[in-house]
Design a protein around this ligand. Structure first.
Ligand SMILES: Cc1cc2nc3c(=O)[nH]c(=O)nc-3n(C[C@H](O)[C@H](O)[C@H](O)COP(=O)(O)O)c2cc1C
Ligand SMILES: [Mn+2]
Length: 480
């Protein structure tokens, strides 16, 4: 086979070339590995991609890759965009890509690296270096950066979603899919007919497949065709010999199996992206594994959800900010200059930057952002700011809220679309939550009389930069 743009190893070569790949040996999988990843992400302004090898007490031919796409340059390599763009331009480029989007159908090939090793008997996932990522996790999670691949039994389209997957002994796993997600709807159709649901899972692959697996790909569109559209070439797949379901040709580790109605095992708790152990232990469907495939020296990809302030989830913020920005444009909201779901709260806190054109413009933008398809689920605060505010800088955003909004003008929307992962909603009431719409723009009717900002103007900044380059260079680094 020819080397491919969607081979994880090709991606890692590129990451290595720009000096962002580190190999780390001898870290135990139980708590240490996950804890270190979180600490490194929290403490580093530009965390490297981390490849853990020689993990004690586990198979020595396997490695774990973490923090694949937590920096802009790595994300750009994964998405095939320009790594030198500033953040707004990067989001604009992504917006354009998904706006003129044409999926490229995946293609089936005969043979593939994933078939380098096939195990049908004595499958032993417990020998894999699968981490217990967070101290209070109920088990070891093989699936965080994974693809759960199923087929709709009525409409026959393929879905590949990223859902968490917990080890349940040597040859079984349990998974959690939230209500309404494609994989769950498809599975329910099998179960309602009293039939087992065949499934393939991939546990290591090029990050473009992960990005497709965890973003809002339209109903009935396969994430493989979506990923093909992003990279501009078909994703290569092979047919699983037992289920006939697709397996990514360059997957590092994959399984085939089935879920049987009523065959549940305790799953969770698991540290989730809002930064909490959100769900207790509950029964969830088990996958009984029929066959395991892996490349030689396979790499397990890990994306343990961390407390958002650890700085993870940059890619999620970028993708969803672009989707909401496009939705605002589709709804006819003019002069939006930026959308940012800050990674510290991600879906719970959206920031919109507009150039105000007419009375009610800010409210219109905020209400649509809070209820459009990519923004409605698990939102909480929507803040609108003027075009002089840096929406990526929390200081600037808090300044705008603190000085331009009036709490008596905050609107509350009730009974909006929440979900089981919302930590602020008690178990009996999960499903709904409320929204605060914070207009932190200068009030439209007297915006021209609003006190002027006392910051150095761009004109003076340019002049001082020109006049005092050496002094400024010397001084920078002292502040903060
Ligand atoms: C690291 C990571 C883990 C995720 N885990 C889950 C999960 O356990 N269950 C779930 O329903 N969604 C999970 N998601 C979100 C889904 O991947 C996302 O909603 C995706 O759009 C689902 O695919 P679907 O639209 O085909 O259902 C996770 C996302 C990420 C980035
Ligand atoms: Mn889907």
């Amino acid at each position: 086979m020819t080397p491919s743009n969607h081979d994880l190893r090709a991606f890692l070569n590129e990451v290595d070339k720009i000096g962002e790949l580190r190999r780390i040996a001898d870290i135990p999988w139980d708590k240490d590995l996950g804890g270190l990843v979180e600490m490194i992400l929290e403490r580093s302004a530009h965390p490297p991609a981390m490849l853990f090898e020689k993990i004690p007490g586990a198979r020595q031919d396997m490695e774990i890759l973490c923090s694949q796409i937590d920096t802009l340059p790595r994300l750009a390599i994964a998405m095939g965009t320009d790594p030198n763009l500033p953040l707004t331009d990067f989001i604009q480029a992504w917006r354009k890509k998904i706006r003129n989007f044409a999926p490229v159908p995946a293609e089936f090939v005969k043979d593939a690296p994933i078939f380098e090793n096939r195990v049908d008997k004595n499958i032993d996932l417990e020998a894999f270096p699968i981490p217990r990522w967070h101290e209070e996790d109920g088990g070891r999670y093989i699936g965080t950066d994974d693809l759960v691949i199923t087929e709709d039994p009525e409409e026959h389209w393929i879905n590949a979603g990223t859902y968490r997957v917990m080890l349940q002994g040597k040859d079984a796993v349990a998974l959690y899919i939230s209500p309404g997600k494609h994989g769950r709807v498809q599975r329910q159709k099998y179960f309602d007919a009293g039939k087992p649901c065949p499934v393939v899972m991939s546990f290591g692959h090029h990050p473009i497949l992960f990005l497709a697996g965890c973003t809002d790909v339209p109903n009935k569109m396969s994430e493989f065709d979506y990923a093909g559209g992003v990279i501009g070439e078909p994703v290569q797949l092979v047919r699983g010999p037992l289920t006939g379901l697709p397996i990514p040709a360059y997957s590092e580790i994959a399984i085939e199996g089935e879920m049987i109605p009523g065959d549940d095992l305790p799953e969770g708790p698991f540290g989730e992206w809002p930064g909490y152990y959100a769900s207790a232990t509950r029964p969830e469907p088990v996958v009984r594994i029929k066959a395991l495939y892996h490349r030689n020296n396979p790499i397990l990809c890990g994306e343990p959800p961390l407390r958002p302030s650890a700085g993870q989830g940059f890619h999620r913020s970028i993708q969803r900010s672009a989707l909401i920005w496009n939705a605002l444009e589709d709804a006819g909201v003019p002069d939006v200059q930026g959308v940012w779901l800050h990674p510290a709260a991600y879906r719970f806190f959206s920031i919109l930057k507009i150039k105000q054109r007419y009375p009610g413009h800010a409210k219109q933008a905020a209400l649509i952002a809070s209820q459009c398809r990519p923004g409605a689920y698990l939102g909480r605060y929507v803040v609108v700011v003027d075009d002089d505010v840096d929406i990526y800088n929390p200081n600037d955003v808090i300044w705008a809220i603190g000085t331009r909004s009036e709490p008596e003008n905050i609107d509350i929307l009730r009974r909006c679309w929440s979900g089981p992962l919302d930590p602020a909603i008690p178990r009996e009431r999960k499903g709904f939550n409320s929204r605060a719409i914070i207009d932190a723009t200068r009030p439209y009717e007297w915006k021209d009389k609003f006190p002027p900002v006392n910051a150095v103007t761009d004109t003076l900044k340019a002049e001082l930069d020109r006049k005092y380059p050496a002094l400024l260079k010397e001084m920078i680094g002292i502040k903060r």
